[in-house]
Write a protein that binds this ligand. Structure first.
Ligand code: GDP
Ligand code: MG
Length: 424
């Protein structure tokens, strides 16, 4: 079985939580895009973990975890993440972690460039996590990147780095930043690269063999459909492809077709960073929802913007992800509401539209809300569909119909077992 677990919204839907749950049935878990701008929070019997780079399967013994060629890897950050897991008693070894030799290295100068550019932009900044993601993907496409496999040939890497720095320093001069020193850069690469060398391999070969052996493979996305570089809210996107269609390419088995796409969708909306967010709540209303859902970025600690469920955006997310099933998360968070706001359409220039617009049209969109009955009770211990209060069941049915995709899983808490499966 080849399954992708992807985000339907702006990210932070609870993908890590769902991968942690579903990984029970999979032997191989692959991250296929993004870098340590991700924050996947997982709560299980081993404790609470926040993973930025490692696939969430590392917390399941018996799985093999792949960091695919579509990823960008800050090697210092990865070493820290592996060490932190080891200290909590989680085994990370060459038996359960393999890193693609084609994944790109996110360098310290990428972080520097990210910060300098956000500061130059001032109040027009994108809201970047400042972890170098846009610059490293930019360099990939400019063909000025360094790949994990380069770490295996350190002597020739030295010349590559020297050539890139002579170019990169021209760009940094424009920001009046200090020059990047070759020796320091090489030292950084050596210090952290040498710790990771055992994990670097031809992951394509491994995955190809896994497919032939009929192993179950799960692809774990970072961020959501609305942050995809092509199909998201450009330029308030991330710099990679967050869609399921990219999963086989970014993981290392471009020739296979996915059999199953599970879209993780939040029962309300949250968004980190800049850009249009039509359903945004403000003031007290936002503060209460933010607290109820603990909406603070896992990677950055930044308060997330929050709002009601957004049908036009979520239906679009479902469509571009090609989901065949949905995992609805954080339904428990809405239990305090008397009436639950659902944005059913947008109004643009006086006309009502039910699709998700792009560009200037999206900037001018206003939400059209309907209010559904609140369920006003703690549902976090519900484990069967029948346990849910009627209003919660009605809410699920309403949004399921609105986004045109069956909701199979309903998550009612952060813990691994806090969920129920709907029968259809
Ligand atoms: P990801 O980036 O999609 O993996 O999501 P994050 O981990 O960044 O954000 C989701 C947050 O919600 C995490 O803190 C999870 O522990 C938490 N969470 C996930 N599912 C549920 C749920 O059903 N209910 C509640 N209350 N919290 C949840
Ligand atoms: Mg997250």
């Amino acid at each position: 079985m080849l399954t992708a677990v992807v985000g339907v919204n702006w990210g932070d839907e609870g993908k890590g939580r769902m991968v942690d749950l579903l990984s029970e049935d999979y032997e191989v878990i692959c991250r296929y895009q993004g870098g340590n701008n991700a924050g996947h929070t997982i709560v299980n019997e081993r404790g609470k973990f926040i993973l930025n780079l490692l696939p969430s399967g590392v917390l399941r013994s018996g799985t093999v975890n792949i960091m695919g060629n579509g990823m960008v890897i800050d090697i210092e950050h990865l070493c820290g993440e592996i060490e932190a897991l080891k200290q909590k008693g989680v085994k990370v070894s060459i038996d359960n972690l393999k890193i693609s030799n084609k994944a790109f290295i996110c360098m310290p100068y990428h972080k520097t460039q990210d910060i300098l550019e956000e500061e130059r932009l001032g109040d027009k900044q994108y809201g970047s996590t400042r972890r170098g993601i846009a610059p490293v993907y930019g360099d990939k496409y400019l063909k000025k990147g360094l790949r994990m496999g380069d770490l295996l040939y350190f002597e020739s890497l030295k010349q590559k780095v020297a050539d890139i720095l002579s170019w990169k320093n021209i760009a940094l001069k424009g920001y009046k930043s200090t020059e990047i020193i070759l020796d320091e850069t090489l030292k950084w690469l050596h210090t952290f690269g040498s710790q990771l060398i055992p994990f670097i391999t031809d992951t394509e070969k491994y995955l190809s063999a896994a497919v032939h052996a009929n192993k179950n493979i799960l692809f774990e996305a970072q961020l959501g459909a609305l942050r995809d570089i092509d199909y998201g809210i450009y330029p308030y996107t991330t710099s990679s492809q967050t869609l399921a269609a990219y999963a086989p390419i970014g993981a290392g088995i471009p020739g296979v077709k996915l059999e199953h796409v599970i879209g993780v969708m939040k029962a309300y909306s949250s968004c980190v960073g800049g850009g249009p967010f039509v359903v945004e709540m403000f003031g007290e209303e936002a503060a209460v929802l933010r607290e109820a859902g603990a909406e603070y970025g896992a990677a950055t600690g930044r308060p997330r913007r929050v709002g009601g469920f957004d049908v036009p955006a979520s239906r679009y997310g479902v469509q571009v992800q090609g989901t065949d099933e949905i995992a609805l998360t954080k339904l428990d968070v809405l239990s305090y509401l008397d009436k639950i706001p659902v944005c059913v359409a947008y109004k643009v220039d006086g006309a009502q539209i039910d699709y998700f617009p792009t560009g200037d049209k999206l900037l001018r969109a206003e939400p059209v809300f309907e209010y559904l009955d609140g369920f006003k009770m703690d549902i976090s211990s519900c484990r069967k569909e029948e346990d849910l209060p009627n209003a919660a069941a009605e809410y699920i049915k309403f949004i399921e119909k609105a986004v045109c995709c069956p909701i199979k899983y309903v998550s009612v808490g952060a813990g691994r077992e806090d969920y129920l499966i709907r029968s259809r």
